[in-house]
Ligand binder design. Structure first.
Ligand code: UGA
Length: 432
């Protein structure tokens, strides 16, 4: 028999955790204060584009192992309650814990004796130690169990994780065992640690990824100057398993709801305790520089000059989401670049298969060919594979200009051969 698990927060972390834990045989009640979301989920309507998630939610509902509620009181019989709440960047870059604090106040009289409170979404280092005070209960052990779910791969990451991380104070070993038991059905290494180590490991992992990407993006710039190709360089690097082949693709900069927030939060924590993290700080400033470097490429392509005026230039953007596989615009470098172009009075049109409506200042096209219509330059900002399958001759025929700025190195010269279009990539000396 599975455990009775409560999940608080039904965003992509909470909903994925709830549906996957139900799939693993637990009885899960997922609470969220957004009634329309809860009603939608109860009806099997999932507004989150996560492959596999709608099927798991519907199966959980049908097998009565998963339910949704707006009432925290429904968690009163839980063996474990997972907090999956947003922790946005607050003042001075640190994580804002207000959502967590308000839920804890409400859970005070709900959690039954013997229940374990689990922090699942990313929380600042030291939160597990503070939670009993915030909860106002000393009998409830707190265990840190950070998620490592990528948007667009969340179900696969939950059910096939590279590691399950469980951190707790030594006196809460039993509670940590019980949390480990929730994942008994998975074939993954379980890392046991202190709570602070687990909390820090999450930030450290995301910050490492940010450092890796910023390093690659600066190498890309160097490649352009010395006649090298970043793809050839990173292919060689990635075959060294100490480096690893993932997260080596250059682009317009890293974004999304996690890497920017977690790097700032890590810097905030370090600053508070008087530790300097120059590598992480530089990774953040390099990232801002990367967007500026893409803007330079776009300006040159659209106006023919490095200092040309973008006013009135027609720019068509392919992709707006922060990465392919999602429609998420949070901290999307693509959106930042669109905003900068618009602020310089370029006439910007965008198309993204997962973003039907953008911000009100941005004109959205219904298809990629509309984006290219009379465009001085077409810019690929999100690495949707389907952009490779476009009819590039048709794009060449409707565009005014003949340059495609490919900030993801998604296309290759062979794909554009015979179309009359020329591509400008990132870190490729021959296209720069
Ligand atoms: C990230 C981490 O990858 C997850 O492990 C973590 O659990 C999650 O944050 C979180 O903290 O919840 P996610 O934000 O979904 O996941 O996005 P990533 O796939 O990590 O991509 C982040 C950014 O890096 C995107 O803007 C992407 O386009 C960029 N990127 C990624 C590159 O520019 N090049 C690459 O090779 C890979």
């Amino acid at each position: 028999m599975g455990n009775r698990v409560g999940v608080v927060g039904a965003g992509y972390v909470g909903l994925t955790s709830a549906a996957c834990l139900a799939h693993l045989g637990h009885h899960v009640t997922c609470a969220d204060n957004d009634k329309s979301k809860v009603d939608g989920y109860l009806a099997g309507t999932i507004g989150i584009a996560e492959p596999g998630l709608p099927g798991l939610v519907r199966a959980g509902l049908a097998e009565e192992r998963l339910t949704f509620t707006t009432e925290l009181a429904a968690l009163a019989e839980s063996d474990a309650v997972l907090l999956c709440l947003p922790t946005p960047t607050g003042r001075r870059g640190t994580a804002d814990l207000r959502a967590v604090e308000s839920v804890l106040g409400a859970l005070r009289d709900v959690l039954p004796p013997g229940c374990v409170l689990v922090t699942k979404s990313t929380v600042p280092v030291g939160t597990a130690a503070r939670l009993p005070d915030l909860l106002g209960r000393t009998d409830i052990p707190v265990v840190s169990n950070p998620e490592f779910l990528r948007e667009g791969h969340a179900v696969a990451d939950f059910l096939g994780p590279s590691r399950v991380l469980i951190g707790a104070a030594p006196e809460h070993e039993d509670a940590a065992d019980r949390v480990a038991g929730l994942y008994a059905g998975l074939d993954a290494p379980v890392v046991r640690s202190g709570a602070e180590s687990a909390e820090l490991a999450k930030y450290a992992s995301n910050a490492f990824l940010a450092v890796k990407l910023s390093y690659v993006n600066t190498l890309a710039e160097l490649c352009e100057r010395v006649g090298a190709d970043i793809g050839e360089v990173t292919r060689t690097m990635g075959l060294d398993d100490r480096i690893g082949s993932g997260f080596l693709a250059p682009g317009p900069g890293w974004g999304g709801s996690c890497l920017p927030k977690d790097t700032s939060a890590l810097l905030g924590v370090a600053e508070r305790v008087g530790v300097d993290l120059p590598l992480v700080r530089d990774a953040v400033s390099v990232n801002a520089r990367q967007a500026a470097s893409m803007l330079r490429k776009i300006r040159l392509a659209a106006t023919g000059a490095t200092d040309g005026s973008l006013s009135g230039a027609r720019i068509g953007l392919l992709g707006l989401a922060f990465k392919a596989g999602t429609g998420d615009l949070r901290d999307s470098p693509a959106l930042g670049i669109a905003a900068e172009l618009a602020s310089q009075e370029a006439v910007v049109t965008a198309y993204d298969p997962e973003v039907p409506a953008g911000p009100d200042w941005l004109s959205m096209a219904e298809n990629p060919y509309q984006v290219a219509d009379r465009a001085d330059t077409v810019v690929i900002l999100t690495e949707w594979r389907r952009f490779r399958e476009l009819d590039w001759s048709r794009i060449a025929a409707v565009a005014s200009g003949s340059v495609v700025v490919d900030t993801r190195n998604l296309l290759d010269d062979a794909l554009l051969a015979g179309t009359g279009l020329r591509r400008i990539g990132v870190g490729q000396a021959k296209t720069a």
